[in-house]
Design a protein around this ligand. Structure first.
Ligand SMILES: [Zn+2]
Ligand SMILES: [Zn+2]
Length: 181
């Protein structure tokens, strides 16, 4: 298990000295932090630098520190049906346990390092795992006309005349000429 050191300049790294080895102690944490790069999946993402609001309760428990709360973020993307803009603001639940160093834990466990915790990895998971793979501008988006690409949301009554077989149309032309003689 590799114990990464934390970057003290990261806005996601938070000191929790007052909670160390004091089960039952709590502190609340509310901040606005600019979104890091590459926070998204497929056709939807949190714009880099847009504010992410975190509102957490940090609680000292016997194994470490439990972070519980909500992160909220702006979302932008492309509608999978009409390719129009999708924009939204959503809350994401977060609950993660940071273990004291040396505790036996799973490979992806989070650890307290030098009395600090890094909120970025759980924030990423909380958001990315909840993002839709098929984002829609609205639930009943009508998409694009399969024949001409017209955005059907703009005019749901959009229709094409039934298509005439081109060979049939050529014959039709011949008959017209015959008639004129
Ligand atoms: Zn759409
Ligand atoms: Zn059309």
């Amino acid at each position: 298990m590799v114990q990464h050191s934390l970057d003290p300049r990261s806005p996601w790294v938070v000191g929790i000295h007052e909670l160390m080895r004091r089960p039952g102690e709590m502190k609340s944490l509310s901040r606005e932090i600019p979104a890091p790069a590459a926070l998204g999946v497929g056709m939807i993402r949190v714009p880099e630098g847009s504010p992410i609001d975190i509102d957490l309760r940090l609680e000292s428990v016997s194994e470490g520190v439990l972070a519980t709360g909500v992160v909220s973020a702006d979302l932008v993307g492309e509608c999978a049906r009409c390719l129009g803009e999708v924009s939204d603001h959503r809350d994401f639940d977060l609950q993660d346990l940071y273990y004291y160093p040396g505790r036996p834990a799973e490979e992806d466990s989070l650890f307290i390092v030098d009395d600090h915790i890094d909120l970025e990895p759980p924030m990423r998971d909380a958001i990315v795992l909840e993002l839709p793979f098929v984002p829609l501008c609205r639930d009943d988006c009508l998409g694009l006309c399969p024949q001409c690409g017209f955005a059907l949301n703009d005019d749901p009554s959009h229709r094409h005349e039934p298509q005439v077989d081109p060979r049939w149309a050529a014959l039709q032309g011949l008959t017209d000429q015959t008639d004129r003689r």
